[in-house]
Design a protein around this ligand. Structure first.
Ligand code: G3H
Ligand code: 13P
Ligand code: ZN
Length: 332
């Protein structure tokens, strides 16, 4: 049993309270490898931003859960080496799918876990979430839950029942589970294809897809029911066109990739949304940089020569998100 406090990590409680009060959001960046982690820690340390390091089930399968946990422990030491005296770093399980996975993360030093029961019937989601909360809180580990299913606008229109979070459920859900934060569905979704072209309009000047707006009315209704309660947005990559263009220019194929416009995330960050999840943008930056080096220097075979530029581009991306979108710089 390892407690996260012994690793120099923090949970999300105070971080979220400050973020809601201050009108900014904490970046939750997924990582799967050392380069991503280096870029995240450098960006956070240099901007003095609190940060959430997220590990998905896929990341644990890819990189090994134990190794990732030690990397996160290293992240605290690295942050201090970079001159960040009191790093505000959370190690978080992203989309935990069972009590056992959450327990195993809590027992090995995670300071925060998500139990994602959003696909379960309402009462089962409550029962599973409560079980995780009861275990986690014994160790002062914070718990994110999810209500509503992440889906695009088309599913919204096509399905008989709304996939958006139902504001009328949030008081009952948060009270009965005791969760510390709630991920809600207001039109974001995972990946680099968040909307189908037919759901978007096209900018006549650039020919680029312009996605439909998020359901801020649902967010407002949730905030009215749960004043001051920490809200989380998943699927919040913006899918920067410059990276998509770079990937396509250097042999990739990502037609009509589209994300959430940054001005909408800026607006969300000023509200009770205090955690914004970003993974795909980092994948795009990494891939764009690697493709560029390999296309321009076909004789290159030292991974450091293409992973290095990929790391630099991800660091630039993370700093941009922190400073220009979430507003979390200088808050740690
Ligand atoms: O929510 C999904 C995250 O982007 C993690 O993705 O399961 O492929 O690691 P993954
Ligand atoms: P993106 O795919 O939009 O980056 O979302 C990531 C996420 O929600 C991780 O849980
Ligand atoms: Zn997610």
């Amino acid at each position: 049993m390892v407690n996260y406090k012994d690793l120099g990590l923090v949970n999300t409680r105070e971080m979220f309270a400050k973020a809601i009060k201050g009108g900014y959001a904490i970046p939750a960046f997924n990582f799967n490898n050392m380069e991503q982690l280096q870029a995240i820690v450098k960006a956070a340390a240099e901007t003095k931003s609190p940060v959430i390091l997220q590990v998905s089930k896929g990341a644990r399968n890819y990189a090994n859960g134990t190794l990732l946990r030690y990397l996160a422990e290293g992240a605290v030491a690295y942050a201090k080496e970079l001159g960040w005296e009191k790093p505000q770093i959370v190690l978080h399980l992203d989309h935990g799918d069972s009590f056992e996975t959450c327990k195993s993360c809590i027992d090995s030093g995670f300071s925060s876990v998500m139990i994602d029961g959003s696909a379960l019937p309402y009462e089962e989601n409550i029962a599973l979430t409560k079980k995780v909360v009861d275990y986690a809180h014994q160790f002062d580990v914070t718990v994110e839950a999810e209500l509503g299913v992440l889906a695009g606008v088309e599913d919204e229109v096509a399905s008989e029942e709304s996939h958006y979070t139902k504001p009328e459920e949030v008081i009952d859900f948060s009270t009965r589970t005791g969760c510390d934060s709630l991920a809600i569905s207001i039109g974001t979704s995972h990946g680099a294809y968040k909307f189908k072209p037919e759901q978007c309009t096209r900018d006549p000047k650039t020919g680029r897809l312009v996605p439909p707006p998020l359901a801020f009315d649902v967010l407002d209704a949730v905030m009215e029911k749960l004043p001051g309660f920490p809200i989380v947005l998943h699927g919040s990559s913006s899918v920067p066109q410059e990276y998509v263009d770079m990937i396509n220019q250097y042999g990739g194929k990502l037609p009509d990739a589209v994300g959430i416009p940054e001005e909408q995330l800026r607006k969300a960050a000023k509200s009770a949304v205090c955690k914004i999840n970003i993974d795909s943008d980092s994948r795009l930056a990494f891939t764009a940089a690697v493709r560029k080096v390999l296309a321009e220097k076909p004789a290159e075979f030292d991974p450091r020569k293409y992973c290095g530029p990929a790391r630099d581009l991800m660091e630039e991306l993370y700093k941009h998100k922190i400073i220009n979108v979430l507003g979390s710089d200088g808050k740690a």
